[in-house]
Design a protein around this ligand. Sequence first.
Ligand code: HEC
Ligand code: HEC
Ligand code: HEC
Ligand code: HEC
Ligand code: HEC
Ligand code: HEC
Ligand code: HEC
Length: 394
Amino acid sequence: MVGTGPHLSSIMMPYLPLGLVVAALASGDQPRPSVRSCQVCHRQIVATFIQTAHFHTSAEATRQSVQGRFSEGHNVLRTGVPGVYFRAEGRDGAFYQTGVDSAHSRSRTERIDLVIGSGRRGQTYLYWRNGLLFELPVSYLTASRRWINSPGYPDGQIDFERVIVPQCLDCHSTSFPLNADRRAARYSGDYQLGIQCEKCHGPGEAHVTYHTSHPADTLGQFILNPARFSRDRKVDNCALCHSGARDPLRPPFSYRPGAVLDEYLALPSVGQTPVPDVHGNQVGLLQRSKCFRSSPGMSCSTCHDVHRPQRDVAAFVPKCLTCHQINQHPMAEQIGERMMASCIDCHMPNRRSRAIEINTPGSRVALYYRSHEIGIYRDVTAAVLRSPVEKRNP
Ligand code: HEC
Ligand code: HEC
Ligand code: HEC
Ligand code: HEC
Ligand code: HEC
Ligand code: HEC
Ligand code: HEC
């Protein structure tokens, strides 16, 4: 979900750094092959990859991709201002948001063109105007199945003017080139939604061409495999999007896997965020844990296979056991049969995000994320030990 921290304060503010926009042009993105072109030879990987949140993190608005509720009784967001409300409607296969100010007989309607967010937690919707993208004022939370003010929009105003800056799309799509003519910057129509193979493996055209004409060669050519990067470069490859909000030093979409990320994104300024937030900053948190600091080989791939969905928390426990032995656990006796089922809940507990602010009147919504600061949480342990054994901790 978008929030005030990583997303809004620096990213969503209506600024479009023109220097960077123009520089992005120079970096000259050519059309890139999609997952389909990899499928011929990597059938298994593609079959599971297309089920992941990465692949679905942005899409054209369709009946399948838009998860918000449009049926009567579920499609209105009331605000704190009497007479001001938002309505979501679907007709003829298209979806719309309308802001209504009945006291002043004003309303405004825009179509939902693009969807950001796989919907694991929520979705934000965008619309096109004059070659730029704007955030629609109402977003959707999937768990509570409700509409909320889009992060960054104040409650009770009919406002559709938050421009989508390239950083947002750099984290939520594969490529989204900018064209700047003499008068204005515009997004090109030649974009690639979803996070696809090339975001982590670099351009794949030469690889596809080579292997198509050399079917007997079983050694991958002209493609990057992050497994052979140094640990820092491996982590950088995920940190492009998982190290929170950082000011750009170079144009969006110019980072290539294997490069030094700190040359593309400024380090978070000291004191700005004393503890990284659980939302969007798994890198910052993992780097604080003893596991990471004491294991020079540990990276995100130690636990994650990004080519398939991994939703079973218990399935991560064997990863811990490659380095730890439970028979040496200092609390083995007390923990007893909960050892495996609660391993992650005790040491990587779900924590509330402080970065996400949901300002819908009348209710507070908090979002929880797994903390990657692997450590000892005595309060959490006490709660887990009090809970019934059969029940797996939420
Ligand atoms: C015509 C067949 C073919 C196509 C199409 C193809 N690959 Fe490959 N790829 C191979 C072969 C053969 C290998 C070497 C054996 C292996 O690792 O599976 C390979 C290996 C790789 C590797 C590992 C390279 C290494 O150094 O270990 C990556 C990553 C990869 N491919 C990504 C892609 C991506 C991304 C696409 C789509 C843009 C793609 N491939 C399309 C045939 C293909
Ligand atoms: C281009 C940006 C980008 C890169 C690079 C990236 N991620 Fe992500 N990642 C995201 C976004 C955005 C989401 C949220 C997708 C959604 O639910 O809409 C996400 C979600 C995830 C999830 C949760 C998946 C789920 O099913 O809920 C995991 C795990 C993850 N990323 C791990 C990684 C790892 C490991 C790497 C590096 C190998 C990586 N990511 C690289 C942007 C990125
Ligand atoms: C620095 C990279 C980055 C930027 C910039 C960014 N996001 Fe995200 N976003 C993420 C990551 C990573 C996740 C999922 C993991 C997490 O929340 O910890 C995510 C999650 C989301 C989700 C929830 C997806 C789901 O179903 O769980 C939405 C919606 C979203 N972002 C919208 C936006 C919008 C809209 C913008 C720009 C206006 C934006 N984000 C900018 C990295 C980014
Ligand atoms: C979010 C980043 C990310 C995306 C997207 C991604 N990969 Fe990978 N891929 C990796 C990482 C990281 C590794 C190395 C894993 C390791 O260290 O063992 C890898 C390894 C590979 C390999 C080497 C063999 C193997 O199984 O480890 C192949 C082949 C491959 N990827 C193909 C693909 C294809 C095809 C796609 C798109 C359908 C894709 N990848 C999408 C991050 C990614
Ligand atoms: C690549 C190896 C590796 C993996 C995988 C790993 N750890 Fe660790 N972990 C370590 C090392 C090394 C230490 C530091 C030991 C020391 O300093 O004595 C450590 C420390 C810890 C500590 C002590 C933390 C503290 O602050 O005192 C806990 C708890 C822990 N790990 C739990 C886990 C859990 C749970 C998992 C799986 C989610 C896991 N580890 C995965 C290597 C690993
Ligand atoms: C020691 C194992 C381990 C390592 C290393 C690790 N993760 Fe995770 N990660 C987990 C576990 C366990 C979950 C929880 C899965 C779940 O709840 O479905 C998780 C969940 C996530 C999620 C989803 C968070 C949420 O609450 O929605 C993201 C995003 C993610 N990891 C990214 C990363 C990135 C990026 C790295 C590298 C900086 C990384 N992880 C390293 C074990 C690990
Ligand atoms: C009910 C909660 C709970 C469960 C389940 C649990 N732990 Fe722990 N673990 C703790 C607490 C609390 C400590 C600190 C104990 C102490 O210092 O007295 C600890 C300590 C540790 C340490 C540090 C050991 C040391 O000698 O300092 C490691 C490593 C560890 N746990 C790994 C694991 C792994 C791996 C699992 C799952 C396979 C697991 N734990 C399951 C609560 C738990």
